[in-house]
Design a protein around this ligand. Structure first.
Ligand SMILES: Cc1ncc(C[n+]2csc(CCOP(=O)(O)OP(=O)(O)O)c2C)c(N)n1
Ligand SMILES: [Mg+2]
Length: 556
């Protein structure tokens, strides 16, 4: 069998059904093998970073690994920023890059052969495993190891670089050497005791809080997590990547927490005394520098398999449980079964009163212009369990975070630690092909869409059921906001917004425009009722404000 076909079949056997790629001569046999594999569908992206973002969305929604194929040199270097995303957001993606023929490969030259670049050397720090496959007989070993590393412990990207002559070689699979993973050595760590101590701290808290992150979903432990909440009755806030785990209507849920969180959560997080963090890396973009914007006086019980993440300045860690979050929750549940659990009803009542008092920013009643919160509220109401939201940087990130309710089992895919501009279109594509029965509600801004706008062609080419909503607020509103605060209102980006009608026309996508507050819900519903792609410009009030974190005491 040809090495390239062996690779394609290998990932197929791991459950991969969709692959994202941008072809090249350096990856010619890999491209061919994936494109003509009888069971794998391939999607051609128009930028390699976008291909990786597609694979990322695919991994997030499938719970497995996402695969992107790039060519040598610029193909691999373009993929770089996409891989950093999956590195910081702990997403298992597998990059397969083509390389020049192995006889030209060099670790010394800046460039070698035609477009050759030693990419693996440069991605060591942003991957869990990377290797150049110079010997075709090692392919099974590298594939097995890469897959194991991507999916084990804290998940993340892996990369194999395969020279074109190696891609084309014939091998006998029976002759290939396999990879044996090393069992994790937990000798000397008494997990049960560690967890019991943490539980004592939690049960003695006066105002406890749970933070839930995407790690709980990745560990497939949502049912156990719900059971834990039933036992404990403690308020919960979510991280950005964990905000579609609990519905807004859950009696213990107080929405997205942290710096960009819902106004109702800020006083609750600031006033709690013990935090149990489950499946979150507690990214600084969530807790703020020195945890100043998040429970700065609380003791933290942190369940995180990646210990390198937890020692952030200002984080007061009382108990570190460096263990699989699913197993930890199961152990906690086992102990709670026989524990005396305090009633925190007074604390919970105060949290609930605060929740009622603190709704997200609302449009001014006499303002005829659309406010993005109002738009998001209507979109949320019009959506259903077959909808997946994807949000971008800037206003959409804040507003989707604060306004979406997830009450009907909707999902969300977004960029977590970075909230990078331009992630929406490629992630929406990855989501659409992974969940063809879903309709994707892709939220972006008039600024963010310009990064990766080329992927509109991918959407129309495959006629994907993606509704792209563009919040038009006259450019980089978030940056204008910062420039008002820090630079006396001098703007660097006075820009003309694109003519989105013409953009839609150029990319052959049906176009709609929403300009009026009245009938907003009905107009949205009509758009969602049709299947297939659409580009919808939502003309919003340029001067509306975004709700930001406020330091406040919980006095209610
Ligand atoms: C890749 C990248 N470059 C720059 C930024 C900084 N940035 C954050 S929001 C933003 C403006 C986004 O504009 P738009 O999408 O129109 O959203 P708005 O803020 O106007 O709501 C910029 C430049 C970023 N987050 N990501
Ligand atoms: Mg804008």
């Amino acid at each position: 069998v040809r090495v390239a076909d062996y690779i394609a079949d290998f990932v197929y056997k791991q459950g991969v059904r969709n692959v994202f790629m941008l072809s090249g001569t350096g990856s010619i046999y890999l491209d061919d093998a994936f494109a003509f594999h009888p069971e794998i569908r391939f999607f051609t992206a128009r930028h390699e970073a976008a291909a990786v973002a597609m694979a990322e969305a695919c991994a997030k929604l499938s719970g497995g690994i996402g695969v992107a194929v790039t060519t040598t040199g610029p193909g691999g270097t373009n993929a770089f920023s996409g891989v950093v995303e999956s590195w910081v957001d702990s997403v298992p993606v597998f990059i397969l890059s083509g390389q020049v023929e192995s006889k030209y490969f060099s670790t010394e030259l800046r460039s070698f052969g035609i477009q050759g670049f030693n990419i693996v050397e440069h991605v060591k720090k942003i991957t869990k495993y990377s290797a150049v496959v110079l010997d075709s007989l090692t392919i099974r070993f590298h594939m097995e190891k890469a897959l194991h590393m991507a999916l084990t412990g804290r998940k993340g990207p892996v990369w194999l670089d395969v020279p074109s002559d190696v891609q084309a070689q014939e091998i006998d699979p029976a002759q290939l050497q396999s990879y044996q993973s090393q069992p994790i050595n937990n000798d000397g760590v008494d997990w049960e005791k560690n967890i019991a101590n943490a539980l004592t701290t939690l049960l003695s808290a006066k105002q406890p809080l749970i933070v839930v992150g995407q790690g709980v979903r990745q560990a497939r432990a949502i049912p156990e997590f719900l059971q834990l909440l039933d036992f404990l009755g403690i308020p919960v806030v979510a991280t950005r990547l964990g905000q579609d785990i609990l519905p807004d209507k859950h009696p213990l849920y107080f929405n997205l927490g942290g710096l960009m969180g819902h106004p109702q959560s800020s006083a609750i997080t600031l006033n709690c005394d013990v935090v149990l963090s489950l499946g979150s890396s507690l990214a600084t973009s969530f807790i703020g520098n020195h945890a100043n914007y998040f429970a700065k006086n609380a003791k933290f019980i942190v369940v995180d398999i990646d210990t390198s993440e937890v020692y952030k300045p200002g984080l007061n860690i009382e108990h570190l449980i460096s263990h699989d979050v699913g197993e930890t929750i199961r152990l906690l549940n086992k102990r709670l079964h026989t524990s005396v659990i305090p009633q925190w009803s007074n604390w919970l009542t105060r949290c609930h009163r605060h929740r009622v008092a603190k709704i997200a920013l609302r449009p001014n009643a006499d303002n005829k212009k659309i406010n993005s919160y109002n738009f998001m509220e209507c979109l949320d109401a019009a959506s259903d369990k077959h909808n997946i939201f994807v949000s971008d940087a800037g206003g959409t990130n804040y507003v989707a975070g604060q306004q979406l309710k997830f009450d009907k089992g909707q999902r969300e895919v977004t960029s977590g630690a970075f909230y990078s501009m331009g992630m929406t279109l490629p992630m929406a594509i990855g989501a659409a092909v992974t969940k063809p029965e879903s309709q994707i509600l892709a939220l972006t801004g008039d600024g963010s869409i310009e990064l990766n706008i080329q992927e509109l062609r991918t959407i129309s080419q495959y006629q994907l059921n993606i509704k792209v909503f563009i919040i038009n607020n006259g450019g980089y509103a978030s940056i204008r906001d910062s420039q008002d605060a820090f630079c006396g209102g001098r703007y660097t980006d006075e820009r003309n917004v694109l003519n989105f009608r013409k953009v839609a026309d150029a990319f052959e996508i049906p176009f709609y425009i929403l300009e009026r507050c009245e009938m907003l819900y009905t107009e949205i519903r009509t758009i969602l009722d049709k299947s297939g792609p659409a580009l919808i410009e939502v003309v919003c009030d340029k001067n509306q404000k975004i709700s930001k974190f406020q330091q406040e005491k919980l006095t209610l």
